[in-house]
Design a protein around this ligand. Sequence first.
Ligand SMILES: *[C@@H]1O[C@H](CO)[C@@H](O)[C@H](O)[C@H]1NC(C)=O
Ligand SMILES: *[C@@H]1O[C@H](CO)[C@@H](O)[C@H](O)[C@H]1NC(C)=O
Ligand SMILES: *[C@@H]1O[C@H](CO)[C@@H](O)[C@H](O)[C@H]1NC(C)=O
Length: 251
Amino acid sequence: MTQIGGVQLWGLGVTLQLILAAALHQGLATVAPTTVPTTAAPHKDPGRPDRGDYEVKSSNGTVCLRASMGLQLNVTFSSLSQNKTVQGVLNLQPNKTRTSGSCDPDSASLRLITDADKTSLNFSFTLNTTSNKYHLSEVSLSADWPDMKDAVLAHNNSLDYLRGSLGFSYMCREEQTLKVTQNFSINTFQVQLQPFGLSGNQFGAAEECQLDEDDMLIPIIVGAALAGLVLIVLFAYLIGRKRSHAGYQTI
Ligand SMILES: *[C@@H]1O[C@H](CO)[C@@H](O)[C@H](O)[C@H]1NC(C)=O
Ligand SMILES: *[C@@H]1O[C@H](CO)[C@@H](O)[C@H](O)[C@H]1NC(C)=O
Ligand SMILES: *[C@@H]1O[C@H](CO)[C@@H](O)[C@H](O)[C@H]1NC(C)=O
């Protein structure tokens, strides 16, 4: 009888293990980097961009805007070599990028220029002084890549991305796509930034983006399932031991 009970409990354990394995597999599948298939693009998928560390200083020399992030530009343009509209993907190379910008009480901007790629990218952040929340409100791009028939200019001043609270930094480890216009979007990687209220040139405490929080749920669920499984196995073992002990004593 005890053996049958033990087998049933072990059977339950194995089922749980299978569920767990499935959950883990699911988790890994969603965490694994997704490679974007490029169809007839002149610029092939350039891989993950390097993470750059960009700073803007105010007139008194203190850092007033700080951003660490990897940036990938996705631009639709008409190609000289292919004589049609194509998608070009360019990784910003931090060591070839010049930084400038400005900081005002309720607005701040970061300009990134790479001469080699004839690309100029400008981010503007706005602080709402009532709610003490900031966000990325405006992005503009000018790009004149070798294969472009005409230089591309893109601009949008009604954006609402990268929202954070005054005194805190915005953080997002997961890749995000910021759609700026029909023809231009930015893929961001491993972002930490703060456009207002830095203390001593350093980032304030980080506010994690929703994507990251969702991602952290997977290990938490898996961990809880694992703990449950361990308890069940331990329980089954203890019951089994107690009964077999009892068996020995009666003999
Ligand atoms: C670039 O944008 C196009 C459409 O806007 C999209 O289909 C493509 O997947 C994007 N590529 C990358 C690498 O993000
Ligand atoms: C600033 O935040 C307040 C409170 O959330 C809101 O009512 C107001 O519309 C915001 N101002 C702007 C310019 O967005
Ligand atoms: C600017 O961004 C907003 C919000 O994402 C979008 O609704 C709007 O169409 C964009 N404007 C242009 C010119 O692409």
